[in-house]
Design a protein around this ligand. Structure first.
Ligand SMILES: Cc1cc2nc3c(=O)[nH]c(=O)nc-3n(C[C@H](O)[C@H](O)[C@H](O)COP(=O)(O)O)c2cc1C
Length: 190
């Protein structure tokens, strides 16, 4: 069995819905074990994120999919604290050659959320990971790439309840990304 971990932060529950969609996609691939790991602000003290158990699960993973809402055009502060803690894995080179991918949710159709995916991408590159794209064609408002993103899966949700937004199309983007990463893990580790 290969393991795909989805590690994410959600302040209001919308990104949780995307994370659950990514989990469903990864679980649809035979031979894949899936972890869903939420970042909690309770694990941040004086700006430092500490959760050894969560990092141990990521160390044992073959792929790590990163998710965050877009806050002020970037990852949420809680996620940034987690990424900074991941600097220990940059130093140890412990995550070299793991697969990586990302997803985000923002209120606007753009909302500058590409920048959130780019933050994840740069983190993954610094750690020597291998980035998996979101390989879905755009153009269908009900399709798997409604928001035309190739760097990762995007969803849109503002003031609506998390049960309403991100909508079914955006969640299908999450499902597609999870399945793509899971299939890629099996090929990468053949
Ligand atoms: C502090 C804060 C900053 C935000 N900044 C942006 C932004 O830059 N662009 C945008 O489109 N939406 C922005 N939003 C809206 C959130 O991205 C959106 O509501 C998202 O669905 C929240 O996800 P969550 O419920 O998982 O926290 C912001 C929301 C908050 C609370």
């Amino acid at each position: 069995m290969k393991t795909v971990s989805i590690v994410y932060f959600s302040g209001g529950g919308h990104t949780t819905k995307m994370a659950e969609a990514v989990v469903a996609g990864a679980r649809s691939v035979v031979g894949i074990n899936v972890n869903l790991l939420a970042i909690s602000g309770d694990d941040i003290t004086k700006g430092r994120y500490v959760n050894d158990a969560l990092f141990a699960q990521l160390d044992a993973s073959d792929a790590i999919i990163l998710g965050s809402p877009t806050y002020m055009g970037d990852v949420a502060g809680q996620m940034k604290c987690f990424l900074d803690a991941g600097g220990s894995r940059w130093y140890s080179r412990g995550w070299v050659d793991k697969l990586a991918a990302g997803f985000t949710v923002s209120g606007g159709p753009s909302g500058d959320k590409l920048h959130t995916l780019q933050t994840f991408f740069i983190f993954a590159m610094q750690c020597g990971m291998v980035w998996v794209s979101h390989n879905e064609m755009p153009g269908d408002p009900n399709g798997k790439n409604r928001l035309s993103s190739y760097s990762g899966a995007m969803g849109q949700a503002g003031q609506e309840a998390p049960d309403v937004a991100p909508n079914a199309a955006d969640k299908s983007a999450g499902v597609a990304l999870g399945a793509r990463v899971a299939a890629a893990v099996l090929r990468w580790n053949r």
